[in-house]
Design a protein around this ligand. Structure first.
Ligand code: GDP
Length: 483
């Protein structure tokens, strides 16, 4: 039977941590917002945009507290847990708004940031209630680590069977070949040696890296193999899946050694990460780079769906132990966001949302069953393109206008990072089922664009970051806490 994702001891730890929060935040409520998504989904950009928009009162007509004139302001505050790195907001803004704007470095480890928000509650006559305060804690974590959560429910033998079945699948040959050869050359029942463990782990990591380069996502766990954070070179990362053994496994064998390391990885790395971060979230945004998967083809789309379903099955979503329920928080709202919607003309955004809905349908159904509300939205945290039209023969085509990043190429043209172009991005299918059932490939003209240049400034001299539907995302995620 799979083990539950948290043990009873973990549950107590979570309850105590929440009580601690309640004690320190006796006068100021705290909303913990998790920002997750697979690597390069757009977490760094989403959080940078979120912080900047709140700090400067950005252009957010769909964010009710601001539109209704009740949002007073925000400021950055010291995060209460000094052991967790701070989200590098200032550096990211510098990269985005320098003389030659570049996209900031993506999420590589966990980080957090606290914003203190001041607002006028709309619930009471303003004079009666005065100004209210909310701490907004934003928790950012690498997509790769998210994929580890399903491991908590799998024994070494179960995980090995799944991982080897994937590596053996037709089509995985090129990527998995050297690892499968290394595995075939080793007898897992012989005496354990670090050299064997390291060789296998290196070949396995190499296979994971190559499959990621080819767009696969669900083949990624264990996540720290590709993104070790502070664990680079640690023995906790020196294991690999092994085939089932018919004979009894001796305690001194390689099999026993790798099994113990796998269990240690789960207990010392994955479980604490889940207990200390996931289990304490109130709201969750799951960012999905839908367009990249569509562009990579049907296998990547299927793979993204598998990965998202696996990841989301691990959220608590209200299924808590009834005895502990008063102390344990639960995620009551999840926003699924298709990021980088500025790669498409706005006339395609509805279709992008429909595809996202289909992609997360399984996960969202589970979440709703467990009592969480969900919504899907196509958005851009920072919009890098504008829109136009081009006439071709007697057709008018909707285009996006932007500067492709240096080295990007399409139809034999390689761009220099300076030239602005108008691009017809292509059409998304009206019925998303064709992408999933028939595995149809969408023909998209997909280029990465440089961040927007010559940004506008507001009356206070602050840069205004252009976005797409970011205000609606914000309203859904935090608006009711500022009601
Ligand atoms: P993560 O932190 O790994 O999830 O990903 P990032 O936030 O660093 O995003 C990865 C890359 O996607 C960035 O470097 C940008 O090139 C691109 N990107 C992210 N968000 C947007 C967006 O809203 N618009 C556009 N055009 N590109 C984006």
């Amino acid at each position: 039977m799979p083990r539950p994702a948290t043990t009873i001891v973990d549950e107590l730890g979570i309850a105590l941590a929440n009580l601690g929060d309640a004690a320190t935040g006796a006068f100021t409520p705290t909303l913990r917002l998790g920002v997750t998504g697979l690597s390069r989904a757009g977490k760094t950009i989403f959080i940078t945009a979120l912080v900047h928009n709140l700090l400067t009162g950005g252009r957010l007509p769909g964010f009710a507290p601001l539109a209704e004139g009740r949002f007073i302001g925000a400021k950055l505050a010291e995060y209460p847990d000094a052991t967790i790195p701070r989200f590098a907001y200032e550096q990211h803004m510098e990269a985005l708004t320098g003389a030659d704007p570049v996209w900031p470095e993506s999420t590589r480890r966990i980080s957090q940031l606290r914003l203190v928000l001041k607002f006028q509650s709309g619930k009471f006559l303003s004079g009666l209630r005065g100004v209210s305060t909310l701490n907004l804690d934003i928790v950012d974590y690498p997509g790769e680590w998210l994929l580890d959560l399903p491991l908590l429910g799998l024994s070494f033998a179960q995980w090995s069977a799944e991982a080897l079945e994937r590596a053996d699948r037709p089509g995985s040959g090129d990527e998995a070949g050297p690892f499968l050869d290394a595995l075939a050359a080793i007898d897992p029942l012989r005496d354990a040696s670090d050299a064997d463990a390291e060789r296998l782990a290196a070949a396995f990591t190499d296979y994971l890296r190559r499959s990621r380069e080819h767009g696969a996502l669900s083949t990624l766990p264990p996540g720290r193999f590709l993104l070790p954070g502070d664990l680079e070179g640690s023995p906790a990362l020196t294991f690999a899946p092994l085939p089932p053994q018919r004979q009894a496994v001796r305690g001194t064998s390689l099999y026993a050694m790798l099994e113990a390391r796998y269990e240690a990885y789960k207990d010392r790395i994955v479980r604490p990460f889940f207990r200390d971060h996931f289990a304490r979230l109130d709201r969750q945004v799951v960012l999905v780079d839908t367009l990249r998967a569509l562009n990579a083809g049907p296998a990547a789309v299927a793979d993204l769906e598998t990965a998202l379903t696996a990841v989301l099955a691990c959220f608590r979503q209200g299924e808590t132990n009834p005895l502990l329920r008063p102390f344990v928080r639960r995620i009551d709202r999840i926003l699924f966001a298709a990021t980088k919607a500025d790669h498409l003309h706005h006339t395609s955004h509805d279709r992008l949302e429909t595809i996202l809905n289909r992609l997360v349908a399984n996960a969202a159904r589970k979440a709703r069953f467990a009592g969480a509300e969900t919504r899907s939205l196509a958005l851009a945290g920072i919009r890098a393109t504008s829109e136009g039209t081009i006439r071709e023969a007697d057709e008018t085509l909707p285009t996006i206008i932007g500067t492709p990043m240096r080295g990007e190429s399409l139809d034999g043209v390689t761009y220099d990072g300076k030239t602005e172009i108008a691009l017809f991005p292509g059409d998304l299918p009206e019925k998303p089922d064709s992408l999933f059932v028939d595995g149809e490939k969408v023909e998209l003209n997909f280029l990465r664009f440089t961040p927007p240049r010559s940004l506008e400034r507001n009356a206070n001299g602050d840069v205004v970051l252009p976005h797409i539907r970011f205000d609606r995302a914000l309203d859904y995620l935090i608006g009711d806490w500022l009601a």
